[in-house]
Design a protein. Structure first.
Lengths: 164, 100
């Protein structure tokens, strides 16, 4: 068993366990903390795929930004202590059946697919390659993304404004 | 050496778990957390495909989906807070304003 296989096993276990905890824990605040763990584990999966830049983006934007925003929203809509923060689930059996069916469908498709080529060796510096692609073939997309972020910022401000 | 299918199965598992969360959670914030998991699983697939095909486009696409997801979460939670101000609840079952 190589080091990479062991690393993948550990990261996959952490990712799946914390993902299950996100959807199963009754405490909403704990669910957000488990989501942070799942997002960091996903970042480590990116590291296993030799993408340190995406790992950094994942930590900064997801684990840093999203978790902070969600914690803020929970604090504004629930009382942090007491019973209110508990959340219940409904139709657990139906949900499990649908989710399992989707998983079986995807895996069935994967089994039918031809085996992929082995992983090619990393030849170029992907961080530099991403940067060049962003200002080269994806320049217009990057600008559109900037517009989208401004629109989202204005929209969030509009929704969260006070009435007076 | 771990092959591409291992990463794809991992992504499919996380996607299914997120879907389960979206379908079963009552709290609107909990539903958003499930959507986060599903988008995360898609990112795993994108990066794995990009790495195994030696194509930088998948990585750039992942960068875009991460940014768009963060914007989506910000707007989604602003809507949740706005709904909470009006209805004093974020239980998805009780937000039936549009029911005929």
């Amino acid at each position: 068993m190589t080091l990479e296989t062991m690393g993948f096993g550990v990261v996959a276990t952490v990712l799946l366990a914390s993902s299950l905890a996100v959807v199963l824990t009754p405490n909403l605040f704990h669910a957000v903390l488990y989501l942070a763990a799942a997002l960091v584990a996903t970042g480590v999966v990116f590291l296993l795929l030799e993408q340190p830049f995406l790992f950094a983006v994942q930590l900064l934007l997801y684990a840093g930004g999203v978790v902070t925003i969600v914690v803020f929203a929970i604090m504004l809509t629930e009382r942090l202590v007491g019973e209110r923060i508990a959340q219940t689930s409904r139709h657990v059996v139906n949900g499990a059946i649908v989710a399992a069916a989707v998983f079986v469908g995807i895996v069935g498709f994967l089994i039918g697919a031809p085996p992929g080529a082995p992983r090619p060796a990393e030849t170029v510096d992907t961080t530099a390659a991403i940067g060049r692609a962003l200002v080269g073939p994806f320049a217009v997309t990057l600008e559109l993304l900037g517009v989208l972020l401004v629109v989202a910022l204005l929209g969030a401000l509009y929704f969260a404004r006070s009435e007076e | 050496m771990i092959g591409l299918p291992a990463y794809l199965v991992l992504g499919a598992l996380v996607f299914s778990i997120g879907l389960f969360g979206v379908l079963t959670r009552r709290n609107a914030v909990g539903i958003l957390l499930g959507i986060e998991l599903m988008l995360n699983a898609v990112n795993i697939n994108l990066v794995a495909f990009a790495r195994f095909n030696g194509d930088v486009a998948g990585l750039v696409f992942t960068l875009f989906t991460i940014s768009i997801t963060v914007a989506e979460v910000a707007v989604g939670l602003a809507i949740v807070i706005a709904i909470f101000r009006v209805r004093r609840t974020v239980e998805a079952d009780r937000l039936d304003l549009l029911r005929g």
